[in-house]
Design a protein around this ligand. Structure first.
Ligand code: GTP
Ligand code: SPV
Ligand code: MN
Length: 611
């Protein structure tokens, strides 16, 4: 104990509440030593990790790591939101009473760091000085050095950030224990992993993974689950799985800010990093604020504001290439200190590759290992078609490396929000874009966001489910209250944002091709929204929102088959009527859903009957 105290003294950790927390857990976990980590330690930690073989070089100042092969995505099955409020039963994410679940996960954690170093990562989600700063502080404890490297890139990390908290006790207690990865029974009856957020105690207890959202606790567990809860409990803000970008018209100098939710692996990173298509680049510039989390609040001046609490990008590698997302490639280039996870790696040349990086894999398989660490050259005849990279392989890089990062991305005041958009992977029914001007209808639309499941979480790829505002895996309080909180927060703004639903993923019924080219071209749909907001276009009112008239979309330089364009600008009334019955059934599960949301549902249903 005295030795531990001494190491905290030497590290300069003066916040006594943090010290108590660290000492308690160091003892409980049985850690052999404790090391407090700051961003300035990155170079040394990288050297140690290279030496220990935990990461490998992947070009100059770029690194590669592989997580255990059964540990490559978030596990929604194993995610739990706990509180001591019995009335929270039924919250998504397997709500459990704290008294029941805490002993279970603590039982697994006790003594689990014997012989290991416990790293202490003091961090801030949100730039220092923001109006939401008091919800942003946290201290992650982990036995995993690679997690430290990720946290340094994804959050603001340093002792100074938590030594002088306005309320020294107000920090999220985030404990991560990797566990014995090959022996945790992943996916079986004996599964021992637990990813628990004790929301009303601001405590996160994650056991049994070293992957992204399960292990970097600042990001998903604090930045989303805990923040959503805090925002609701305080009544002050919304914590959402949203990207946030700015669109500047260089002719007028005006910038509009758009934020919005797309379920995991459905295009947030790509949209926020979008460079304008060549034909529009002279006139418009897209600036990146955030790709995965936004916190929204109404400022003292009455305007709706948003900020990205993160300091980095943890993006999907698959299909990232010069055409789809050149900015992402730049952001992981030489000297960026970027980290790749679970892509394919060439141990001779130190190159990385993933599906969609180039049209086909490297012709010479020499030296290439797949995401499981197996030599591609040794594959049997029936394994030839298996992917080299895991479909949920990722890159990690800091915001400052993103070429189109906004000049004011670190401004703690955030930016004014002009539009909120929702979008899923939906193969039919959802047009390219439909705008919604009414707040309750906008919130209703977000609550009924439907999406195909993706590889970002364990589960069935391609199956449709409702994913309210893209928050389903991160919901931490009841859905009726969630809807109420949205109506209250956004309703308090002096000017309401424009809402919209977008879909880049509609497919041809016959051959399955995407009807819209997507990626950089998506800006065209957002530009139409901006024009609608400014009253420069009127669009075409329909039962489900305002759609662009064909001539209102700027399609310069884009060669799109007329039939495809017509399809994505049409409302399939029959399919929509069918959808309304599913929505009714889905929303009926939530007894305290605000009447405004039901009224919005009935308005849309009635309008569809009259189409
Ligand atoms: P999380 O980080 O999991 O929350 O995901 P995200 O929403 O940020 O997803 P991301 O932008 O990383 O995209 C996930 C996958 O969708 C990648 O494989 C992209 O290449 C693909 N994708 C993104 N935008 C488009 C698009 O406009 N059209 C098509 N067809 N695919 C896209
Ligand atoms: C997601 O799954 O939505 C992510 C990646 O953004 S993770 O950090 O793993 O949750
Ligand atoms: Mn995400």
């Amino acid at each position: 104990m005295a030795e531990l105290e001494q190491s905290l003294d030497e590290a300069g950790l003066t916040n006594t509440a943090v010290r108590e927390y660290v000492l308690h857990w160091a003892e409980f976990l049985g850690a052999e030593r404790v090391e407090v980590v700051s961003a300035a330690d990155d170079a040394r930690l990288v050297r140690e990790s290279l030496k220990a073989g935990e990461i490998e070089p992947a070009g100059e100042g770029v690194y590669y790591s592989r997580s255990y092969s059964k540990d490559t995505a978030r596990s929604e099955e194993r995610t739990i939101v706990a509180t001591s409020r019995p009335q929270d039963e039924g919250v998504y994410n397997n709500w459990r009473h704290t008294d029941e679940i805490r002993p279970v996960v603590e039982g697994l954690m006790e003594g689990a760091m014997a012989g290991k170093t416990m790293y202490v990562i003091p961090y801030l989600m949100a730039p220092p000085g923001s109006p939401l700063e008091r919800f942003a502080a946290g201290v992650e404890l982990t036995d995993n050095r690679t997690v430290c490297l990720h946290m340094i890139r994804m959050a603001r990390v340093g002792i100074d950030l938590i030594n002088d908290l306005a309320d020294p006790d107000m920090f999220v207690r985030a404990v991560h224990v990797t566990g014995d990865l090959p022996n945790l029974g992943q996916g079986t009856e004996e599964d021992q992993r637990y990813f628990v957020t004790v929301a009303d105690e601001r405590t996160i207890l994650h056991f049994g993974s070293s992957y992204g959202g399960n292990a970097l606790l600042g990001k998903i567990a604090h930045g989303l689950r805990q923040a959503a809860y805090d925002g609701w409990a305080s009544g002050e803000f919304l914590g959402e799985q949203f990207m946030l970008l700015g669109i500047t018209d260089k002719e007028t100098g005006e910038t509009h800010h758009v934020c919005g939710g797309f379920p995991s692996a459905s295009g947030k990173t790509n949209l926020a990093m979008t460079l304008a298509p060549d034909a529009l680049g002279e006139r418009y510039h897209v600036s990146f604020y955030g790709d995965d989390i936004a916190w929204l609040w109404v400022g003292k001046d009455g305007h709706l504001y948003g900020l990205n609490p993160e300091n980095g990008v943890f993006g999907v590698a698959r299909d990232t290439n010069e055409r789809t997302n050149p900015g992402a490639l730049d952001s992981v280039g030489a000297g960026t200190r970027a980290l790749f996870t679970n892509v394919a790696y060439n141990e001779d040349t130190h190159e990385v590759w993933w599906e969609g990086r180039t049209p086909s894999p490297p012709a010479d398989a020499t030296g290439w290992r797949d995401w499981k660490g197996e030599l591609v050259a040794d594959r049997g005849p029936d394994e030839q078609d298996e992917p080299w990279a895991h479909p949920n392989s990722r890159f990690t890089t800091t915001l400052a490396n993103v070429p189109n990062v906004a000049g004011d991305f670190e401004d703690p005041r955030g930016v004014r929000i002009d539009a909120v958009i929702f979008g899923g992977r939906t193969r039919d029914r959802e047009p390219l874009v439909r705008a919604i001007t009414d707040l309750a209808e906008g919130v209703y639309d977000g609550l009924t966001l439907g999406a195909e499941a993706t590889f970002a979480a364990e589960g069935v790829d391609g199956k449709l489910r409702y994913d309210p505002m893209s928050m389903r895996p991160f919901m931490s309080y009841p859905e009726g209250a969630y809807a109420r909180h949205w109506l209250d927060v956004v309703g308090a703004a002096s000017e309401q944002p424009l809402f919209a639903h977008v879909n880049w993923f509609q497919r041809d019924e016959e051959d399955g091709h995407f009807l819209w080219p997507g990626y950089r071209e998506n800006l065209r749909a957002l530009l139409w929204l901006v024009r609608l907001r400014k009253g420069e276009v009127t669009g075409r009112p329909t039962a489900v929102g305002i759609l662009p008239r064909e001539e209102e979309l700027d399609l310069e330089g884009l060669d799109l088959p007329a039939a495809d364009l017509e399809r994505i600008l049409t409302v399939d009334v029959e399919r929509w009527r069918e959808e309304m019955t599913h929505r009714e059934e889905h929303l009926s599960q939530f007894p305290d859903l605000p009447e405004e949301i039901w009224a919005a549902h009935r308005r849309v249903a009635a309008a569809l009957e009259h189409e």
